[in-house]
Design a protein around this ligand. Structure first.
Ligand SMILES: Cc1cc2nc3c(=O)[nH]c(=O)nc-3n(C[C@H](O)[C@H](O)[C@H](O)COP(=O)(O)OP(=O)(O)OC[C@H]3O[C@@H](n4cnc5c(N)ncnc54)[C@H](O)[C@@H]3O)c2cc1C
Length: 431
């Protein structure tokens, strides 16, 4: 059996068995057979979680045999659980549909992304899982369970964002929206101005986010405005897309990150240079081409959700921390927003949310930086992204989620024998 590694190269495992089912009945047989042999089961997506949430020491379920559009009902599209986000535009575009919002990349599977609470930015929009209106799940007993607004509806807020702890999602029904375009404006701006205007910026824009480059006073702001599908667009030319995204954001960034590792004293100057070389552009295109970009430079990430209005205070605390410690941090800090939602384990459950993400090059030890940032986040009622590095435990997470106890009851009901657990879930949910 070959070893499995996650994208960030911080988790690995050699499963006892790897299976690739192509029907719901096969998934059910896999779960029953594993349970009878005392093995645990874990469906994996494309391994883009930085935590051990997808680690499968027992039976690893490769979902790539269960993909594509299964049904369409108005804007509601039922997708095979293994469908990769990147494959959606050619499937949804001809239907005149699109995902309502997206994160930074499209390399994840729909079920991997939604199971960890993957989100983009936009104070009026929720994460990807908030659009799930139905699912077919294989439970720990190997039973097939349909969950929707009309069947087992009480389970929907748990199953839509279930951390992979409740079963194998064979398919999910996503409420899409009519296709749309986005106008994107990227501008380097003074960090303090952006922090002062944070609440206003996220309220006025459809999708606002910014990157702060440590050791500088500059933020790169990204403001996206939704356009009707038939509005004329001005996409980036192939050459400028290549220059900005392939050369500057990946090739130059990879080279400069490796250089800074050898010569950390150069980081402040390179970060200042980066704020001048990247950004400062405006274009418009189909939504999915604007929301997502390619990330070829490997890194590790921790991201926390905090009350939206605390973003300026917390970012200033992180800036002061980096200055005080004298660390050199080459990766920018990413700041986003999301609407409050009602999914029990969502990082945005019950509160309007701001996100702050910190990164480190994958060959650098992130522990000291991430631990100190996590301490700040905890002091601000922070909730960790389930797919990004954190050290939290069930005991200290429970008070942060109003429905934590109810989620655990559903887990007891759907997976009483803990067929779907692993070390990470034991830590964050308990055994
Ligand atoms: C470069 C990069 C950029 C990223 N950008 C963002 C971003 O912009 N916003 C954001 O919020 N996150 C982001 N992430 C995090 C990422 O979206 C999540 O970690 C996501 O879960 C990864 O999806 P995946 O398909 O790789 O799932 P995996 O990491 O393989 O699995 C994640 C979880 O889903 C479960 N799972 C997978 N398939 C099924 C299934 N069929 N049934 C039940 N459970 C299942 C797994 O068991 C596991 O618990 C990024 C990660 C990387 C590496």
């Amino acid at each position: 059996m070959t070893e499995w590694n996650n994208w960030g190269r911080c988790e690995s495992v050699t499963p006892v068995e790897r299976v690739r089912p192509s029907s719901v009945d096969e998934v059910s047989a896999v779960v029953r057979s594993a349970r009878d042999r005392g093995l645990r089961v874990k469906a994996v997506g494309t391994g883009h979680s930085f935590t051990g949430i997808a680690v499968a020491p027992g039976v690893q379920v490769d979902m790539s045999g269960l993909t594509g559009v299964l049904r369409v009902d108005g804007t509601r599209v039922t997708l095979g659980g293994g469908t990769v986000l990147h494959d959606l535009p050619p499937l949804l575009d001809p239907l005149g549909l699109a995902l309502q919002n997206m994160g930074d990349i499209d390399a994840q599977t729909i079920t991997g992304a939604t199971s960890t609470g993957t989100h983009g930015t936009g104070a009026k929009f929720g994460g990807l899982a908030t659009r799930i209106v139905g699912a077919t799940l294989v439970t720990g007993a190997g039973d097939i369970l349909n969950v929707s607004e009309t069947e087992n509806s009480k389970l929907l807020p748990a199953v839509a964002l279930g951390l992979g702890a409740l079963g194998v999602l064979v398919d999910v029904t996503v409420d899409c929206v009519p296709s749309f375009g986005l106008r994107c404006v990227e501008t380097p701006e003074p960090l303090e101005l952006v922090l002062t205007e944070w609440t206003q910026r996220i309220a006025e824009a459809d999708h606002f986010e910014f990157y702060w480059f440590p050791h500088t006073e500059a933020a790169l702001t990204i403001t996206n405005t939704r356009l009707p599908a038939d509005a004329p667009t001005k996409p980036l030319s192939a050459a400028s897309r290549w220059f900005d995204e392939s050369l500057m954001s990946n090739t130059f960034f990879a080279g400069s990150t490796a250089f800074q590792r050898r010569f950390p004293g150069t980081t402040p100057r390179i970060n200042r240079l980066s704020t001048g070389l990247t950004g400062n552009r405006a274009f418009s295109d189909k939504s999915y081409r604007v929301f997502t970009t390619e990330r070829r430079v490997r890194f590790r990430e921790m991201e926390y959700a905090i009350p939206q209005d605390q973003i300026p205070t917390v970012l200033r605390e992180i800036k002061a921390l980096i200055e005080r410690k004298g660390w050199t941090i080459s990766f920018p800090v990413e700041v986003r927003a999301a609407a409050k939602d009602e999914l029990w384990m969502s990082t945005a459950t019950d509160r309007a949310t701001g996100y702050i993400a910190v990164h480190r090059y994958f060959r650098e030890d992130p522990t000291e930086y991430f631990t100190a940032v996590e301490t700040i986040m905890k002091a601000h009622e922070g909730r960790p992204h389930w797919g990004k590095m954190n050290t939290r435990t069930a005991a200290d997470l429970a008070p942060a989620y109003p429905k934590f106890g109810e989620f655990l009851k559903v887990r007891d009901q759907l997976d009483p024998d803990r067929v779907f657990t692993n070390d990470y879930l034991d830590r964050v949910l308990g055994k």
